[in-house]
Design a protein around this ligand. Structure first.
Ligand code: ATP
Ligand code: MG
Length: 452
């Protein structure tokens, strides 16, 4: 990474480095701040990623002054919508083109007791930045026209970006908010940064003090989901294991060769799925047939990792864990299905002689993509993997040409026979026994004859 220390003296650090839409919004935000006599700053992850040269379109603005009034004025000027959260003096502006900006009043947060939600009081930008988690997240850039693009670094953020180090601002940071422990591991992994020596010692202290037990299930699972949504959850889970942090998912959850092998397999399968989805996008419009689902790649990849974690804790602990972590009903259901059915499903797919496509289809139809991918990761059998891959890419898109309307036209009356015929047509299509519409018509006639 190039040296960052020179940046501060270059007020134009925003120009030429940003998509023009972002630049335009920041410029407009600065001009409005000047007109309404407040100071506006872009803060946090956006600035960090700008210095790291990584794209980030999440704009967080901090306002010295009334942030809500400012947000309303900015929305009015830009004909945008604004949603206000009064208690925290924050607002979200949604521009007509869908671009979003978060606005907050610069504030001090006081914690009445550790892990409580903070109470809020207005402050200067310096104090606002002090309440943040790590030095690399305390950087800000001024937006008011006379100082547009000026970098503000009170707490050594540039130094720590250069030194590739995650550091808290003070020794009570993890006591105030233990979720920062998970955030530290997440950012460390994402950027390839190390944890500062004192920060690491404080994390170990937080683990010993068991601060995490005070966190609600949903705060824990929010963090877990973010961790599992990073590029390489396998490494993150290994790190959590080293720091004795996996037990907050479940006391019996530990690093093991078995878990690691499973996570590696999940990663491989997800990479395959991503490529297969891209392939689908490339061919969209030109090829109908061998493709992934109609919304390619729209899966919760973290869920597949979560399924792997649930695989290595005692079976009867899974339900309780899902409840304690307050996973949404939709997600919990997918995990439950994977957990309770995967062994049986894999056994059925491994049958000899090998299943025909229609049989594979009947075994797998209705399962979520996440469950299907988990099954692919779990099985050691290459032929079972191929069955599932074929289902995902091909079988589930196969449909007979004839429909109920056609059966009507053939003089059949709607009823159970319809379902029977359509399902036999589908099987025949899947197994390649019929290939054309006239093949299908011939088959329908044979079926009618047989039942008549
Ligand atoms: P990401 O790229 O993951 O979104 P980010 O730095 O933008 O990274 P957010 O979770 O979006 O992280 O939070 C925005 C900013 O709010 C952070 O940069 C940090 O300054 C601050 N922040 C978020 N969570 C905490 C926390 N638990 N404690 C202190 N500061 C926090
Ligand atoms: Mg963010």
């Amino acid at each position: 990474m190039r040296s960052l220390s020179s940046v501060r003296r270059r007020p134009s650090m925003l120009r030429g480095r940003l998509p023009s839409r972002v630049f335009q919004v920041l410029k407009q935000a600065g001009e409005l701040a000047e007109r309404t006599s407040v100071s506006a700053f872009v803060v946090g992850g956006f600035v960090r990623d700008l210095l790291l040269g990584q794209p980030n379109l999440d704009l967080d603005l901090a306002i010295e002054g009334d942030g809500i009034a400012y947000a309303r004025a900015l929305a009015r000027a830009a004909k945008a919508e604004v949603k206000v959260h009064d208690r925290f003096e924050t607002a979200v502006i949604v521009f007509p083109d869908g671009f979003k900006v978060d606005v907050a009043t610069a504030r001090i947060e006081r914690y009445e007791y550790p892990t409580a939600l903070p109470t809020v009081q207005r402050s200067s930008i310096k104090e606002d930045l002090y309440r943040r988690d790590f030095t690399i997240n305390t950087l800000a850039i001024r937006l008011n026209p006379n100082h547009f693009g000026e970098l503000i670094d009170f707490y050594g953020g540039q130094r720590d970006l250069n030194e590739k180090t995650i550091r808290v601002l003070h020794s009570l940071s993890f006591v105030e908010d233990p979720t920062r422990v998970f955030r530290a591991i997440r950012f460390g992994q994402r950027f390839g940064f190390r944890l500062g020596t004192e920060t690491l010692a404080l994390i170990k202290g937080a683990v010993e003090m068991d601060l995490f037990h005070r966190l609600s299930g949903s705060r824990l699972s929010d963090e877990l989901i973010l961790l599992l949504s990073e590029e390489e959850p396998r490494k993150i889970i290994a790190r959590l294991g080293e720091l004795n942090l996996l037990r907050f998912v479940h006391p019996a959850l530990k690093s093991s060769a078995r878990l690691d092998a499973l996570l590696k397999a999940v990663q491989k399968v997800l990479n395959w799925y991503k490529l297969a989805s891209l392939n689908w996008l490339d061919r969209k419009g030109s090829v109908v047939g061998a493709t992934l689902g109609s919304a390619p790649g729209r899966i919760d990849a973290w869920l597949v990792y979560f399924m792997a974690l649930m695989e290595v804790i005692p079976g009867k602990a899974v339900g309780e864990t899902l409840r304690r972590l307050k996973l949404s009903a939709r997600h919990a259901e997918k995990i439950r299905v994977s957990h309770s059915l995967s062994r049986k499903l894999l056994q059925r797919l491994a049958k000899r002689p090998p299943l025909r496509p229609a049989e594979t289809y009947r075994v797998l139809v209705g399962l979520s993509d996440e469950t299907l991918l988990f099954l692919m990761a779990k099985t050691k059998s290459e032929s079972v993997k191929r069955h599932i891959a074929a289902y995902l890419t091909t079988y589930r898109h196969v449909k007979p040409t004839l429909t109920g309307t056609d059966l009507n036209a053939l003089g059949l009356k709607p009823g159970p026979i319809f379902k029977k015929i359509l399902s036999q047509l589908l099987d025949a299509r899947l197994n390649g026994e019929v290939r054309t519409e006239s093949d299908e018509r011939a088959l329908v006639k044979r079926i009618i004859k047989a039942v008549a």
